[in-house]
Write a protein that binds this ligand. Structure first.
Ligand code: PLP
Length: 346
């Protein structure tokens, strides 16, 4: 079937005209102008002006690094905003549905509920890979989005390229690959496949490897057609000035980011080795992310014991396929030492 994005866009979104802000209507070419168009306070303090609604400087740098056109990139207030925009652009409440693959990131469920969109779940197989046939069987003509988290949270593994290709080809909606943890993995991003699959959307974030969870910056990569739809409905000033400045500084400082990732990966190896020697740890799952999922004898008991020692980890025991599992985020070398010491003391 020929892919046509117009078959997936909500009717109200198709009919909408985007809000045109003052900063959209007059784009500065750098020449000295008096800006008396946006009802701002004129006294300079660094942030008295509205931010660039299209984040041109930041997008220019990121799109060069990722080898795409700026028209294939949308930035959001965290990737959570980007994911919400996808629901609002493509999913008709109470009519359309989305496909998810638990155990996975909890926000897909929250956003489906918030937007009154049915979530059709297909559990991963016991090896945490997707059951492609079961997923496609669950799809209906109203299935608009399929969320694939790779590396997956909380399990830590990559989803196999073969399964993803199969889903990209055979699912008639949009395939959203959430790559929040891709910078910790050896695998190349799916961004390089954008030109081959018109229904591919890739999301990334500066919250994990880039160390900027506090500024809220999410990235969405897709065809220019899909990005244009999202641009039409995004709040005009969704990425604030401080965030744009801080993000630009950080993405240009590739050395620091690389060094921190290298440290986290080295500490991941240290923690895995230590967990292997802890008697109550039964399984350590392979991780391509900055956390490790491990199955223990009694997750709630071990979780509480660590809390008593002032260490907060994530108890994932209530998630499907994750009974008695704990998720450990990789900290600094010092924090990792304290965690390992505490684990040995239990
Ligand atoms: C942490 C995380 C995100 C990050 O979301 P932000 O809103 O960008 O902080 C997205 N997806 C997954 C799977 C995550 O674990």
């Amino acid at each position: 079937m020929q892919f046509n994005i117009n078959n997936l866009i909500r009717e109200n979104v198709k009919a909408m005209k985007p809000y045109s802000s003052a900063r959209d209507e007059y784009v500065s070419d750098g020449s000295k102008m008096l800006f008396l168009d946006a009802n701002e306070n004129p006294f300079y303090n660094g942030v008295n002006r509205y931010p660039d609604p299209q984040q041109r400087n930041l997008k220019q740098v990121i799109s060069e690094q990722k080898n795409i056109s700026p028209s294939q990139l949308l930035l959001g207030n965290g990737s959570d905003e980007v994911l919400d925009l996808l629901f609002r652009a493509f999913c008709e409440p109470k009519k359309d549905n989305v496909l998810t693959l638990p155990p996975t990131y909890g926000m897909y469920t929250v956003l489906a509920n918030l937007n009154e969109v049915e979530e059709r779940k297909t559990e991963l197989l016991p090896n945490f890979q997707p059951n492609v046939k079961a997923i496609l069987d669950k799809a209906t003509p109203n299935s608009k989005l399929l969320f694939i988290c790779s590396p997956n949270n909380p399990t830590g593994n990559l989803i196999s390229s073969e399964s993803i290709k199969n889903l990209l080809i055979n699912f008639n909606g949009l395939v959203v690959i959430d790559e929040a943890y891709i910078d910790f993995s050896n695998q190349e991003s799916w961004i390089s496949e954008l030109d081959n699959y018109p229904n591919l959307i890739v999301t990334q974030t500066l919250s994990k490897a880039y160390g900027l969870a506090g500024i809220r910056l999410g990235l969405c990569f897709a065809s220019a057609e899909i990005i244009a739809v999202l641009n039409k409905i995004k709040p005009p000033y969704n990425v604030n000035e401080l965030t744009q400045q801080k993000a630009l500084e950080r993405v240009l400082d590739t050395k620091s980011v690389e060094n921190e990732i290298a440290s986290i990966l080295a500490e991941r190896t240290v923690l895995i080795a230590a967990l292997k020697n802890i008697a109550f740890v039964e399984t350590i799952y392979l991780s391509e992310a900055n956390f490790i999922l491990a199955k223990v004898d009694n997750a709630t008991k071990r979780y509480n014991q660590l809390l008593d020692q002032g260490i907060v980890i994530r108890n994932r025991t209530t998630q499907v396929l994750c009974e008695n599992t704990l998720r450990f985020t990789i900290g600094t070398p010092e924090e990792n030492k304290l965690l390992i010491h505490a684990l040995k003391s239990l």
